[in-house]
Design a binder for this molecule. Sequence first.
Ligand code: GSH
Length: 213
Amino acid sequence: MALEVAVKAAVGAPNVLGDCPFSQRVLLTLEEKKIPYKLHLIDLSNKPEWFLGVNPEGKVPVVLFDGKWVADSDVIVGILEEKYPEPSLITPPEFASVGSKIFGSFVSFLKSKDTNDGTEQALVAELSALDEHLKTHGLYIAGEKVTAVDLSLAPKLYHLVVALGHFKNWNIPESLVHVHNYTKLLFSRESFEKTKPPKEEYVIAGWAPKVNA
Ligand SMILES: N[C@@H](CCC(=O)N[C@@H](CS)C(=O)NCC(=O)O)C(=O)O
């Protein structure tokens, strides 16, 4: 039986898959494990009653496990690994936090209006650390095979590339060759193609209110 999964709908297009990186992480895990699922697209600007009823916090993603809707991508991915152990996507603990500060650094830089506040340098430092890691451990963070940490990072890197390209005309420095190869590898996986927002403009529309705040 297909698992029921509620994820973000696109901003301005409630019938289209949206741009939530936490939702995409869950969908990537389902795709990589070949678990059948049924999607519910949630318009976050007009949340349906049933969704708020099962999940009063109102956040996506949520997944129905054994009759109970479960929130939070960390928790959901953990349950999926337990219930569907093959193929294993377990990241060895020593690699689990690689790249974990990139998303926060990206958001700070994206929202920054002061070019000298160090947010760009902080992001470059985090990306450089990832580059160093990949240089010695690649292709993926834990080696030859994709694992959970890559599936968490992939949508965040996609947001980084699209949003910083659009709002700041900024690209990941060319010198970070391993990061470039890594993003190409991730973004071209079949699972990623299938679960990413169908147009970049949905990612841009998702960030616009935060950038212009
Ligand atoms: N820690 C949560 C974060 C989920 C989250 O922040 N989701 C956002 C969308 S990407 C959300 O639902 N926000 C509620 C809203 O915008 O009303 C997870 O990993 O699942």
